[in-house]
Structures are given as C-alpha cells and as structure tokens.
Design a protein around this ligand. Structure first.
Ligand code: KG4
Ligand code: ZN
Length: 327
C-alpha cells in the first residue's frame, strides 16, 4: 500500500511517499525567506507553498519509481496551522483525490508529530507519553493507540520553540533560532547559571508557560547592556536553554507519576536539541525515544504515517476546509 503525505501547515512544504510503513521518498522545502522578517509571514508562506508543492510531488513520485495511479491513500495536514498555508496542501490533495479517484484523509499536524517516532522505531509499545515540542506547540499526551490521545497539558502562552525563536531574535540570531541558541550554549564551559524563572502552573494540569521566561531574558539583556551580553552570549543561551529543559522535564516527570506510563517519546522541532535529548535520557533512561532530526521538524512522512495507521484502523475523514481546532 502506497500513502502520499502532504504537509504545508507553516513554513515547510513537504511531500512524502510511504510503502506500507517504509519511507520511499520524503522531500521538504524550508522557506528561508521568513528569516528576513524574524518570523513566518502567513501570506508569503502560502505563496511559497504554491510555488513548490507540485515540483516536490513530481520529484517524490519519480524517486519512488511509481505513477499517481499507484497511490492508495492521500494523507494531508488539515489543522492546526496557518489557514492559507494549509489550504494549499489541502487543495493539492483534493485535486489528486478527484483527478485520480484516490481515497483522502485529513491528518492533525500534532498527530503527525506523535506518529513520527514510529517511522524509525515501530516497536514502541502503547501506551506511551508524547512530549510534543515545536515552534507552534508544547504539549504532553497520553497515547493509547494511533488515533487515541488524551491531552495531559499544554502551553498557556508561547510554545518552547517560539521562546527559542523570540529569545534568539533578542540576541541577534536569525529565525528560526533554536539551533543557533543550542550551538551558542555549547560554547559555555563554566558552571555558573543565570536563574531565569519558568512559571510553575499546576502539577495537576501539567501546563507549560514560556512567555515569562522570554520577558525575563529581555529584562536581563536591557539591564546588563549590549557589550556585556555580547561577551556573555554563551552563558545567557545556556541558562535560557536549561530553564526550558527543566520545565519540560518537570512536567514529564509529573506525567509519568500521574499515569504510571514509563515510555516517553520526544517529538517536534525542538526535539532536535541534543542537550534536551541527553537530559531526558539521564532522567528516564532507555525508555525515552525520539526520531532522527529530519523527522523531528515538519515533514510529510509523519503525516503519511499517521494517515496510514488511521486507515488501517478503518478511520479516514474528509480534510477540513476551514482549518481550526487542536488535537
Ligand atoms: O516542528 P517544527 O518544524 O515546526 C512546528 O510545527 O512549529 O519546529 C520548529 C521549531 C522552531 O521554533 C525552531 O527554532 C525549533 O523547532 N528548533 C530547535 C532546534 N532545532 C529546531 N529548538 C531548539 N534546539 C534545536 N536544536
Ligand atoms: Zn510541527
């Protein structure tokens, strides 16, 4: 069975083909143009998707050595995301659905991230906890099966990746800044740490909050002045990164305690962060799983995988044309 995955919810245009559970093509175009503006500009994102999506699809089809009529299922991200950006992928998928009479299903983007880890590690047993940490989302889910999720907590303001990007902007890095902050933090060799605060919302709700942390960094930079901050950028990055990681680990520990589930998956763009991966391993040992970096950031292979698993369980649904809502 061949599944075509389509992802266009934000600033990555991605097309993938799966043969059963194996990736046979996965092409992602990251729209670098947004770095000029310090963040994603929705209208530019929509237009960039339109310019790339058909060529990416032809490239994937060619690489897989198949024709459109060989595709058995189309899985397209239909929420949450930027409305105009999502519509490009949805319209493209519906065009193929109508033209070639291929079944189509809408896939929740977060469900795609949760499925991403199973592409390379298919034997992770259910139930497991999923820590979804990206530029748009930070949340913890209890996953009983594909299609069966219980939200345990989410951010009440900024996502962790968004905090990396906003703090990065304050420090003069280009968007997206997560990787640059991690690299800069890696230059710090001391043991000192600036005690940036992270709000503790409620253990019962397992909520996250990162906007106060961003503001604390902003005030620190203003107070210390430009020259000092330029010189001490590795210390600042390392302290900020540690504050984010501490918050993620604290809530994950609480989720393990609350549910009794010990298997943990870390997914989403921030899951590329090596320090976060190492710290989670230190605390939770071999029961932590994460995808390789290419499958952490937005990609269509994870959308195809979620769509395929739902299809196997007899569940497909028409893509939503008014994208909204959350998992
Ligand atoms: O999952 P993703 O590609 O898009 C969303 O669904 O939001 O995540 C992108 C986010 C950006 O905020 C980026 O700064 C962050 O992931 N990111 C990182 C790292 N690599 C990417 N954050 C921290 N450390 C990294 N190494
Ligand atoms: Zn994402």
């Amino acid at each position: 069975m061949i599944t075509l995955g389509i992802e266009s919810s934000c600033d990555e245009t991605s097309i993938a083909l799966l043969k059963e559970e194996t990736i046979v093509a996965n092409h992602t175009y990251s729209q670098e143009i947004h770095s000029e503006y310090g963040g994603v500009v929705p209208e530019i994102a929509s237009r960039a998707h339109i310019q790339k999506i058909d060529r990416l699809c032809l490239k994937a089809i060619e690489e897989a050595g198949i024709g459109f009529t060989d595709i058995d299922l189309i899985a397209v991200t239909d929420r949450p995301g930027l409305a105009g950006a999502l519509l490009v992928g949805i319209s493209f998928g519906l065009g193929l659905h109508t033209g070639y009479d291929i079944p189509i299903t809408g896939v929740n983007h977060l469900e795609g991230h949760i499925a991403s880890v199973t592409l390379e590690q298919p034997d992770i047993g259910f139930p497991f906890l999923a820590l979804v940490v990206s530029g748009g989302h930070t949340a913890l889910y209890k996953v009983d099966d594909f299609g069966s999720y219980t939200a345990l907590g989410h951010t009440i303001d900024d996502a962790a990746g968004e905090a990396f990007d906003k703090v990065g902007k304050l420090l003069g890095f280009t968007y997206p800044a997560g990787r640059a902050i991690e690299e800069e933090a890696g230059l710090y060799t001391g043991s000192e740490r600036i005690p940036f605060p992270v709000a503790r919302i409620s253990d019962a709700l397992l909520s996250f909050s990162f906007s106060g942390l961003k503001t604390a960094v902003k005030y620190y930079l203003e107070e210390k002045g430009e020259a000092f901050c330029r010189q001490n950028r590795p210390l600042i990055c390392s302290s900020f990164q540690k504050a984010v990681i501490d918050s993620l680990i604290r809530n994950t520990k609480a989720a393990v305690k609350q549910t009794g589930i010990k298997t943990i998956t870390l997914v989403g763009g921030v899951a590329c962060n090596t320090t976060l991966r190492q710290e989670l391993k230190k605390v939770f040992g071999d029961s932590v799983f994460f995808p390789s970096p290419k499958l952490c950031t937005d990609n269509a292979a994870m959308i195809a995988k979620a769509g395929y698993e739902n299809f196997k369980r007899g569940f497909i649904r028409k893509p939503h044309m008014s994208p909204s809502g959350a998992l």
